[in-house]
Write a protein that binds this ligand. Sequence first.
Ligand code: SAM
Ligand code: SF4
Length: 333
Amino acid sequence: MSALPAPLVDGFGRRITYLRISVTDRCDLRCRYCMSEAMHFLPRSAIMTLEEIAAIADAFIARGVTRIRLTGGEPLVRRGMPELAAMIGRRIGDGLDELTLTTNGTRLADHARALRDAGLRRVNVSLDSRDPDRFRHITRTGDVAQVLAGIRAARDAGLRIKINMVALKGLNEDEIAPMLEWCGGEGHDLTLIETMPLGQVEEDRTDRYLPLDGVRSMLEDRYTLVPSAERTGGPARYYRVGEFGNRVGFITPLTENFCAGCNRVRLTVSGELYLCLGADAKVDLRQAYRDGGHAGLDAALDRAMAIKPLRHAFEIAGGAEPAVARHMSVTGG
Ligand code: SAM
Ligand code: SF4
């Protein structure tokens, strides 16, 4: 009998069980903290086929990855996304525990049913404001009504929804408490995120940086937040909201480092595996697969584990360069 493939364990003894896959670096929005107005996207020749992505996902599952999240860019702008979700979704119950998606929601109404059929049970939808003018300002082009319709369609299709909201000083900070109340009424969880220094954008992120420790105190003054031991496989720390019964999570890369418990790696659409969102260490999995098939991939995963950094190097200070040159949309947020 052949030995089982070895689980993925990095040089610091952390077991890697979570893979995020950026299925495209393109997007139909241009959120100010995420992208510059004139982004350059990868040429089509540089992006992996859906079959290559599914093969790499399989290799990870064989090495003990139990959770996969599809993201981008905006994953739902990639043609064939529901088919890719179905390909990977076939592994649910056969090594994979969960397949999820992070989306801006603009095309969710069209795809919610197919995603549910592919095996997804929950999706994260980014929504930084429910006010149409503000939403348009933050995303530069977006129509919030489309996103809200997408969220309703997803719920009707039987998907649980978590709202992701990047906390932006002077832009949406007064909407955080109302967003939590709205989420409570709709039965959604809410995750608040600190803006991270990834890639050059037109604005200085320092101007918009809102530390979440202060936001949590503000919410604790208004609501009963009970710390929850529940985790969803990510770095968010959750609290149950007594008044509404939903949960609020805080992703705090700047104010509270969470790298010690890191369980994840990120695959770009051109096949580079980044070992940390906030560092440049990577291996080229597409090349490894093209040169050596599954055995080549396996060897590349071992090389990857050896170079995963201990922690990110994020810093938000006036005029500081971004920690890494690539945008969140490339590595997959
Ligand atoms: N387009 C999809 C979306 O917006 O949900 C998926 C990709 S997006 C890069 C994933 C998440 O990253 C979103 O919730 C977005 O708000 C967040 N994000 C993007 N750039 C960020 C940054 N510089 N700092 C913090 N969060 C960021
Ligand atoms: Fe697009 Fe998501 Fe980045 Fe906004 S946060 S520009 S929706 S990839």
